[in-house]
Write a protein that binds this ligand. Structure first.
Ligand SMILES: Cc1cc2nc3c(=O)[nH]c(=O)nc-3n(C[C@H](O)[C@H](O)[C@H](O)COP(=O)(O)OP(=O)(O)OC[C@H]3O[C@@H](n4cnc5c(N)ncnc54)[C@H](O)[C@@H]3O)c2cc1C
Length: 468
């Protein structure tokens, strides 16, 4: 990751708005910049753009969208902002929270209406910090589908996406104005491209072990289950140009990665009444509390894993809703049996302990009662045979710290002044998840990707058009 310092650099090939990274942030930024009248190009290191976006569940939190209104959900940006401030216990930038909350719903409306994204509001995924159902996702809850929709929209808009194009250096002058980039091709050739504005949409640093060790030491030894391209390039360039970073210790982890298959098991199995049981047959936490911090609590269990235990009702619901769950079932992640005793024998959990734990859960559910971890069980969620179990472990999914941006998604210095022509969004920018692993609101990763991406695209187009 380097900066080539050059005054008045000249390039044979120039595009006004250059975007590094072809995930949700980069593609949304490209659509927004193009809609605003700028010529734009996306540079993506992979042969086919996927990013962490393509690995995700494709669920974007946003409030006050037309989709919510049509579904009869009375939600507002102010409520989303309240939820961000509540889950982060006030330890986030309130102005950024306002910018994101105020613009997310309108971004979803624009993507659906102008660019034909087919999203719907997922009503199964509620709570966990959200006052209202507000996760907007493709009907199969697949990040791959979201990527395909964004790529199709870029295709219709005639946006150039150059793949196998790793940006490995920025060219900038002493005033930190970026005049171009160096692009490394798979054969080692370096191409130079000039720009008037640069948008960093290269996500976070989850794949960079050194940076994870430095900023998130508690997960230094954990598995990373995000895109390998997310090496923190954009964040490091921004820092080298004087950009401020914050919340570098923030991240989303999950304790629900099927092992050894490495597929994400949906939390709705737990939201709907399922539980986590460790190798000793014991529960160990409120499964609905701080799901982002659960990599640590699950890795803390004997042998570093636990089982998600649930039933036929939840299995059927997840099969219908989630593509990745269908794929996980096809891969043989789940064990099932007609009694707790039989489930114990197919999982290797001690039978007596599993039976005791699940009898306890059934008793709490029958009484609509709470447990010692602070979770309440409900009668209508009582688990009934056949029962299911999937072995899961904890992993780092994506980082949430990054470059601080203003209300135009411009990267700012420690003094709060914007750098001349550098923008950031998605995982490259500081998010609104607090300073650690406990403040992540579900759907926020993609929310900041599309919302800041849209803002950055429009602002970059304005900058190249008007100079402001
Ligand atoms: C398994 C999983 C499930 C998730 N589920 C959800 C969910 O349901 N909802 C949600 O909100 N969030 C979810 N997230 C988080 C979400 O995926 C990310 O927050 C979001 O995708 C970030 O978007 P992005 O555009 O910033 O990054 P990405 O989608 O990762 O795109 C960044 C792109 O930049 C490219 N790139 C990087 N460096 C360079 C370079 N130097 N030159 C050229 N290209 C470069 C990368 O190859 C990559 O394609 C999930 C994450 C994971 C891993």
């Amino acid at each position: 990751v380097s900066i080539v310092r050059q005054q008045n650099a000249r390039f044979d090939w120039t595009v006004p708005v250059v975007i590094v990274g072809g995930g949700a942030c980069g593609l949304t930024a490209a659509l927004a910049a193009q809609d605003a009248g700028a010529n734009v190009i996306v540079l993506e290191r992979d042969r086919r753009p996927t990013g962490s976006t393509g690995m995700s569940y494709g669920a974007i939190c946003a409030a006050g969208s037309q989709l919510q209104t049509s579904a009869g959900i009375d939600d507002t940006p102010a409520l989303l902002r309240d939820d961000i401030l509540a889950i982060t216990r006030g330890e986030t930038d309130p102005e950024l929270a306002r910018t994101i909350a105020d613009n997310a719903g309108a971004t979803i409306d624009w993507l659906c209406e102008q660019h034909e994204l087919a999203l719907h509001v997922d009503r199964n995924w509620t709570g966990l910090g959200h006052q209202h159902p507000r996760l907007h996702a493709p009907s199969n809850r697949s990040g791959e589908s979201l990527m395909n929709m964004l790529l199709a929209a870029c295709d219709r808009a005639g946006i150039d996406i150059v793949t196998s194009a790793t940006v490995n250096a920025l060219v900038a002058d002493e005033a930190a104005r970026v005049s171009g980039v160096h692009i490394k091709r798979p054969d080692g050739a370096i191409e130079e491209l000039g720009c008037s504005a640069l948008i960093l949409a290269s996500c976070g640093f989850g794949a960079n072990r050194e940076l994870v060790e430095k900023y998130i030491p508690e997960l230094a030894d954990a598995r990373y289950h995000g895109h390998e391209g997310n090496q923190g390039d954009g964040i490091q360039w921004g820092m080298a140009l004087g950009g401020r970073v914050a919340d570098m210790g923030a991240y989303q982890s999950l304790g629900s990665l099927a092992t050894p298959q490495s597929m994400v098991i949906p939390h709705t199995l737990l939201i709907g009444g399922g539980v986590q049981v460790n190798a000793l047959g014991q529960r160990f936490e409120n499964e609905l509390d701080d799901i982002s911090g659960q990599a640590l609590t699950v890795l803390d269990q004997p042998e570093g894993y636990c089982w998600i235990v649930y039933d036929q009702r939840l299995h059927a619901q997840a099969l219908e809703a989630y593509q990745e769950y269908r794929d996980a079932i096809d891969l043989g992640t789940a064990r099932s049996a007609d009694s707790w005793q039989a489930l114990a024998s197919v999982t290797g959990i001690p039978a007596g302990a599993l039976e005791n734990t699940m009898t306890d859960v059934a008793r709490l559910a029958a009484a609509n009662d709470g447990d010692s971890f602070g979770r309440t069980f409900y009668d209508n969620e009582n688990l009934e045979a056949p029962f299911y179990a999937i072995r899961v472990t904890g992993a780092l999914f994506h980082t949430q710290g990054g470059l601080c941006v203003d209300a135009d998604a411009r990267v700012v210095t420690a003094d709060g002044d914007p750098l001349p022509n550098l923008f950031a969004g998605g995982g490259a920018a500081r998010s609104v998840s607090g300073p650690g692993g406990w403040g992540y609101l579900p759907g926020m990763g993609l929310c900041t990707a599309v919302t800041l991406g849209g803002i950055a695209g429009r602002a970059a187009a304005r900058l190249v058009e008007t100079g402001e």
